[in-house]
Design a protein around this ligand. Structure first.
Ligand code: ADP
Ligand code: MG
Length: 238
């Protein structure tokens, strides 16, 4: 335990919550499949970043997480890699329809970046990734969603449009990520986020990532996450 405390301290990691899993040191410690390890190596990732060291074991154990770390700290892979494991763990993948992993991001640029990062790790498994945001044809997106996907990455407004158009259902969604939650609030997406969350089964796993943690975001997190572990890396503003 003393070792774990020291190790967290050395990475500037602070945690709170019940029964927090111990941080890992290497990608190998996560038990990722050879295929996933291959994709990680291909990316040139040699070792996990601090947020990844603590987030991987939490998320892989099925727990909800609040992850707070500054921009550039590797939060995307912190939720994308465990999402691939989560999806591959689902029994009878083909039986239902609709995405298993749902990622909400504040802007189309960010959604696109997450899309590219997800594709790299999803591709070896034949996991289908769709990006849904403004500035692209709704009809094209409708058709793409109709053809099926396991992961959808979306800005909140466009995702709601697509749900209304019945381009997808949330019946199979069990892994929800709210990325850059603070910026989604700044952009006024709170009602949309609440609407999306309300359409996803309550026994889902929920992950919330943010660079800062204003009171409003904290309040939402308390309402929609179940027994989360909170992880903070470095000094973080409110
Ligand atoms: P954040 O979402 O925290 O702002 P990103 O997920 O965008 O950060 O990651 C920032 C950069 O670090 C990206 O270029 C990403 O590819 C890279 N990166 C992520 N994880 C690792 C790692 N374990 N080793 C090296 N580079 C990494
Ligand atoms: Mg990010």
């Amino acid at each position: 335990e003393q070792d774990v405390t020291e190790y967290r301290k050395s990475l500037s990691i602070r945690v709170s919550g019940f029964d927090v899993p111990r941080p890992i040191k290497t990608f190998e410690d996560c038990g990722f499949s050879p295929q996933l390890m291959n994709a990680i190596t291909k990316q040139g990732y040699e070792k996990p970043t601090p947020i990844q060291c603590q987030a991987f074991p939490i998320v892989l154990s099925g727990r909800d997480i609040i992850g707070i770390a500054k921009t550039g700290s590797g939060k995307t892979a912190a939720f994308v890699l465990p999402m691939i494991v989560h999806i591959m763990d689902q029994p009878e993948l083909a039986k239902e329809e609709g995405p298993i992993g749902v990622i909400c991001a504040p802007t189309r640029e960010l959604a696109h970046q997450i899309y590219l990062e997800s594709k790299k790790f999803a591709k070896p498994y034949g996991i289908r990734v769709s990006a849904i945001y403004g500035g692209m044809s709704k009809l094209e997106q409708f058709k793409e969603l109709k053809s099926g996907c396991e992961i959808v990455i979306a800005t909140p407004g466009r995702l709601i449009d697509m749900i209304k158009m019945k381009a997808l259902t949330m019946l199979r969604a069990t892994y929800l990520v709210l990325d850059e939650a603070d910026r989604m609030f700044d952009l006024g997406f709170e009602p949309q986020i609440r609407s999306i969350v309300g359409q996803i089964r309550p026994d889902r796993q929920t992950l919330l990532f943010s660079a800062t943690m204003p009171r409003k975001v904290e309040k939402l997190a308390r309402e929609i996450l179940t027994d989360p572990v909170r992880v903070t890396v470095g000094e973080v503003g409110m």
